[in-house]
Design a protein around this ligand. Structure first.
Ligand code: PMP
Length: 355
């Protein structure tokens, strides 16, 4: 800290992202990246966009990308907002919709960026405990007025709610915005996008970082009633009118067009998840039912911290959180078959060595 810092900077407690270390031979299962490359067509489009036209600003409205996403999700372009990763889209949703006189509510165990946005933006928030099975219970959000944000599937549990439950939440909380963060929805959960026509308070946020393997490109988006989207656009245009560069817009458009690559890679990840879950159960782990590209698991005889440290010594990186209720769990990204074999072998070693 230096004396030049603003009060705002001094008071922040930033989100801590998963490490990106440079360790040779590392098996990196800590930040829910895809083990596969993005669509080759997306890479081609990004290369083509790396041209003389980079001297020009990109389309501030990302019109073609928004039209492409609108077509894909069967909504209108004015129901689509795009940003620099869904983290930025979420930040704008907090500022534009979730900052209200009533506190915003979200689960006690969820994406740990939400309270960080609240502190940055001066938003009151209340956490609502997950139930004993680590599930979000919609009824717990229906008793009090005010906005809500829920990740579905939730992170880091991986547990999803069915669309009917999201509909019940949006209808029951019609006094305020309900934001559903669907970063992991493509790995087996139901998207709430078909509900937006009936629920003008419902905003669905998705990302191209996970199921489209474009975490490095930074493209996220929101879909909702045009009235909600207009609020996000006002905030964006008060912050950065050009959040997505030309290569990002071009790459995202090409990725959406490559449905075959999307389906194939997603199917492999879901199959690997089933195989990893079975392997972990054989090693004595309890594994929460995941609809995401990671699993959340704990071992009855080992602390999460000891397991994560033992894996790290064997160049396998997983995510461990110290927060209450989840400190005994490991969050393990679904990697390739070879990576998951390395992981289970390392776990077997750690479990036998420490006993
Ligand atoms: N939501 C959730 C629940 C996440 O886990 C992540 C990834 N850390 C994000 C949003 C943000 O992803 P991105 O900014 O890459 O779109």
């Amino acid at each position: 800290m230096s004396r030049y810092w603003s009060e705002l900077a001094k008071g922040l407690s930033p989100y801590v992202p998963g490490e990106q270390p440079q360790i040779p031979g590392l098996v990196k299962l800590n930040t829910n990246e895809s083990p596969f490359g993005p669509s080759p067509k997306a890479i081609e489009a990004i290369r083509a966009a790396a041209s003389d036209t980079l001297r020009l600003y990109p389309d501030p409205q990302a019109t073609r990308l928004r039209e492409t996403l609108a077509d894909y999700h069967k909504v209108a372009p004015d129901q689509v907002f795009v940003g620099n990763g869904s983290d930025e889209v979420l930040a704008h949703a907090f500022a534009a919709l979730l900052k209200q006189p009533a506190p915003v509510r979200f689960p006690d165990v969820t994406y740990s960026f939400y309270p960080v946005y609240c502190r940055l933006l001066g938003i009151d928030y209340t956490t609502v405990p997950l139930d004993a099975d680590m599930r979000v219970r919609v009824d717990d959000y229906l008793d009090r007025a005010g906005p809500v944000i829920v990740a579905n599937p939730n992170a880091p549990t991986g547990i999803a709610l069915p669309r009917t439950e999201i509909a019940r939440l949006a209808a029951g909380r019609s006094d305020a915005a309900v934001v559903i963060d669907e970063a992991y929805v493509d790995f087996g959960a139901d998207t709430a996008i078909p509900l937006i026509g009936e629920h003008p308070n419902l905003l669905v946020v998705q990302t191209m970082s996970k199921s489209r393997a474009l975490a490095g490109l930074r493209v996220g988006y929101a879909i909702g009633d045009a009235g909600l989207i207009a609020a996000l656009t006002r905030v964006k245009d008060s912050f950065n009118s050009y959040p997505l560069g030309r290569p990002a817009q071009a790459g995202a458009i090409a990725s959406i067009a490559d449905e075959a690559h999307f389906r194939e890679t997603r199917a492999v990840i879901m199959q690997n998840r089933a195989d990893l879950t079975a392997a972990l159960i054989r090693l004595g782990f309890e594994v929460l039912p995941s609809s995401a590209n990671f699993v959340f698991a704990r071992h009855p005889e080992r602390s999460g911290q000891a397991l994560a440290a033992g894996l790290r010594e064997r160049a396998v990186l997983v995510r461990h959180f110290t927060a209450p209720r989840i400190s005994d769990f490991l969050r393990i990204t679904i990697g390739s078959k070879a990576e998951l074999t390395r992981l289970t072998e390392a776990l077997r070693e750690v479990l036998t060595q420490n006993s």
